[in-house]
Ligand binder design. Structure first.
Ligand code: ADP
Ligand code: MG
Length: 387
């Protein structure tokens, strides 16, 4: 690696709080990226790290990776050069990188600031590839996306590798693809409903039971014709959920009760209501206590457990109990009793809040990527790395 320049795709997509602060339970993806970075730097490489952050529409200072680079500097105890220049403004990025020496690290600005990234534009991929000699993809959480910096860029390099995190993820998740022990239950929630419904459909083929919570549950409650109050669900999500209930209704478990809140803040008035009794003025913000008990009972009986997606808006403490209780349940039941796998950006943040993350057999940095991998889909970010 000495003297060579490595383009390293990492997943630095973490929650950045007010004033650019990153909470200790929210930086798991950064910590997981460090082993590969260290390995490359120790080998004498010049490392150019590339990541996205959030879902920006164009250049947006609020979603800059600058505070992330700063936080990484603290974690690694090494200087990190942040390159805020644009790739589409002549050779500005090259000029900013000119001073990068062997064994030094630079982080480029949010790659999703360029619309060409998500379009997997070949010209843009070439532009990126032109920066380096070697490509390493360690962004497992983004490997299910065929974007320029994950899939498009890879084939421009004769030398392209998977990073240590991708290797660890593939090894851990593979254990679920080869004859998982039954009962095999899946706990699914979160907010990226339209993204995850197709993955849920695939999981229904391999899992014995899929328990649904969070924003995802609202789509199903609406599909049953029930009111979800002020928690809005898109029409296409309702249609998709209806189809799933029709074809695999027996495998899908829905909340029997819901925490209804008057507003989305710590000061909200809350009450537990039956799932078909959410009022017009209510937000559905968490699963209810009866649901927690029922899901916990199923998790206890399982031999394989997969969890992706929070059961509620756990960032607000009042709405965090369903997520945190079931997170504890999954962790306590892992390591021997069942093979436990937990994944997803916000899901691992919630798991960190329980203080029990290390009890889980495999903590995956991928949400959508983990689900796609487990449904047996080839991941466009991994495919070009296999020869
Ligand atoms: P992950 O990153 O773990 O894959 P998602 O990105 O799909 O999960 O969703 C995480 C987000 O879902 C959390 O920020 C949480 O606040 C939100 N969420 C969970 N339940 C609800 C709900 N009932 N209404 C609105 N948002 C929800
Ligand atoms: Mg997320």
């Amino acid at each position: 690696m000495k003297g060579r320049t490595v383009l390293l795709r990492v997943d630095f997509n973490v929650a950045v709080g007010k004033g650019g602060k990153i909470a200790p339970e929210a930086d798991v993806r950064l910590r997981e990226a460090i082993p590969t970075i260290e390995r490359l730097l120790e080998g004498g490489a010049r490392v150019i790290a590339v990541s996205h952050l959030g879902r920006p529409k164009g250049w947006d200072a609020k979603l800059s990776l600058k505070p992330v680079a700063k936080h990484l500097e603290g974690l690694m105890g090494r200087p990190v050069t942040f390159v805020g220049e644009s790739l589409t403004r002549g050779k500005a990025v090259e000029r900013a990188l000119a001073g990068l020496g062997d064994g030094q690290l630079a982080v480029l600005e949010n790659i999703r600031f360029y619309p060409a990234e998500e379009k997997n534009d070949p010209k843009f991929a070439k532009r990126l590839a032109g920066l380096a000699d070697v490509f390493v993809n360690d962004a497992f959480g983004t490997c299910h996306r065929a974007h320029a910096s994950t899939a498009g860029v890879a084939r421009s390099f004769r030398e392209r590798y998977a990073g240590l995190l991708v290797e660890r993820e593939v090894a851990g998740l593979n254990r679920l693809l080869v004859r998982p022990k039954r009962p095999f239950v899946v706990l699914m929630g979160g907010a990226k409903v339209s993204d995850k419904l197709p993955a849920l459909k695939m999981m229904l083929k391999t899992a014995d039971r899929v328990m649904v919570g969070g924003g995802m549950a609202n789509a199903f409650l609406a599909a049953k014709g029930w009111n979800t109050g002020k928690s809005r669900v898109a029409g296409e999500e309702i249609r998709f959920a209806k189809g799933l209930l029709k074809n695999s209704g027996k495998k899908i478990l829905l909340p029997v009760d819901i925490l209804a809140a008057s507003s989305l803040s710590e000061r909200a008035k809350v009450r537990v209501v039956p799932a078909d009794r959410i009022g017009k003025g209510d937000y559905a913000v968490d699963i209810g206590v009866a649901t927690v008990l029922e899901y916990a009972r199923l998790i206890r009986k399982a031999k394989t457990v997969v969890w992706n997606g929070p059961m509620g808006i756990f960032e607000i403490r009042k709405f965090s109990h369903g997520t945190v209780s079931l997170g504890r349940m999954v962790a306590a039941h892992s390591r021997g009793r069942a093979f436990g796998v937990v994944g997803g950006g916000e899901t691992i943040t919630a798991l960190e809040m329980t203080g029990m993350a290390e009890w889980v057999d495999h903590v995956s940095t991928g949400g959508g990527a983990m689900l796609d991998f487990l449904s047996g889909k080839p991941l466009p970010g991994i495919r070009p790395l296999m020869r």
